[in-house]
Design a protein around this ligand. Structure first.
Ligand code: GTP
Ligand code: MG
Length: 367
């Protein structure tokens, strides 16, 4: 259910638009020039008019395969996503981590902005992504797991393994991302860290000291206990992965969050995964595109570049993309526009289709 407008289709196959409209009408489809035909309809009518047509999706037309030579790969910072059941202390742990960074007086940024923040420990950057624990945000957690190198699973020692703890484990396994467990709230009277260990074993998360592969740290985010240990463990886990990326390429990555800002227009927070992003670059993110007017780092500062593992806000897009959308830099603004617009068209058609199904269902339910 994708495609092109009736007018464009007629032009493409070189027949008068009215002939197309007539054919469509005979098939019971009442469409005007500016309305869209789905791919199946395009192929059907073309065939009917003696033209052989193969519909190429914009994804196919603009497909890319990234390939980097070993010598182009440079070490990059880890991206760490904090996951766990609601209220187990994910945001508190990140607050504690950021404070530790500030207290340690390291150069660089320690802050939080929307979902992403950057901490610098002994001159080494770690990018953190916070996720909500509420059950409604499954999709956000799944995406969080996909863009990350390490998952810090926060489990409250007084509450133990809960539904979203298990969900997070499943996301981590699906994305093949290592889990570091932070057993939190050990300051609480009912805290039982060993019970947490035992419960996690049932889900295949086994402490190293029990012969497994998962590193565990017992912490209190609230009382700032063992926060250094968490950081050390994360760095240890990340070092094993020997993370690398090519910084000398056109940038690409994912949208972490996006919104419409009253003063600044569409703002997308992206995570750069490959290449270096600059102001002036032409970017496509999902169904949005535009020339980067400014890049804003998590400290709120305008920057001239964003490297692999950097979270950065992009200003200058023509619309608000969706979290989870891929972004990519294009050489040619026309290509960028074409890809974004065709995606938008297809998204609209898919939505229309869903709506018409809904109304049909409604109709039947009333009979
Ligand atoms: P969601 O984002 O809603 O999933 O919650 P969260 O996991 O980010 O939890 P958050 O950090 O908001 O903490 C939830 C509550 O637990 C708050 O009232 C915190 O003060 C409290 N809390 C967090 N860590 C600790 C801890 O180590 N000890 C104690 N006693 N309370 C804590
Ligand atoms: Mg939180």
């Amino acid at each position: 259910p994708q495609g092109t407008t009736v007018a464009k289709f007629a032009e493409l196959i070189g027949v008068p638009p009215n002939d197309v409209i007539k054919r469509l009408f005979m098939l019971g489809q009442v469409l005007t020039l500016t309305q869209s035909m789905g791919d199946d309809l395009v192929e059907l009518i073309a065939d009917d008019m003696g033209r052989k047509v193969r519909v190429v999706s914009p994804e196919e037309e603009y497909a890319v395969v990234y390939h980097d030579k070993d010598e182009d790969l440079k070490p990059r910072p880890p991206v760490v996503t904090v996951m766990g059941h609601v209220d187990h202390g994910k945001t508190s742990l990140l607050d504690a981590i950021r404070d530790t960074g500030v207290a340690a007086g390291e150069a660089g940024g320690i802050t939080q902005h929307i979902g992403a923040s950057v901490v610098e420990i002994d001159g080494k950057q770690i990018t953190f992504i916070d996720t909500p624990g509420h059950e409604a945000f499954t999709a956000m957690r799944a995406r969080g797991a996909q863009v990350t190198d390490v998952i810090v699973l926060v489990v409250a020692a007084d509450d133990g393994v809960m539904p979203q703890t298990v969900e997070a484990i499943n996301h981590a396994k699906a994305a093949e991302v290592p889990i570091v467990v932070a057993v939190n709230k050990i300051d609480k009277p009912g805290a039982n860290p060993d019970r947490v260990r035992q419960e996690l074993v049932e889900y295949g998360v086994i402490p190293e000291e029990w012969g497994g592969t998962n590193m565990f740290v017992e912490v209190s985010a609230k009382q700032r206990l063992h926060i250094d240990d968490v950081l050390e463990t994360i760095i240890l886990q990340a070092d094993v992965l020997e993370l690398k990326a090519n910084p000398d390429a056109e940038a690409s990555g994912f949208v972490i969050e996006a919104n419409l800002d009253k003063g600044r227009g569409p703002v997308a927070t992206v995570l750069v995964q490959r290449g270096t992003l600059h102001p002036g670059d032409i970017v496509v993110a999902g169904t949005s595109y535009g020339r980067v007017r400014a890049l804003v780092n998590p400290l709120g500062k305008h920057v001239d570049e964003a490297y692999p593992a950097d979270p950065v806000e992009i200003l200058g897009l023509n619309s608000v993309p969706v979290a989870g959308d891929e972004f990519r830099v294009f050489d040619d603004e026309r290509d960028a526009r074409k890809l974004a617009e065709e995606r938008a068209l297809r998204a609209r058609l898919a939505e229309q289709e869903t709506k018409s199904h809904v109304s049909l269902d409604d109709l039947f339910s009333r009979i």
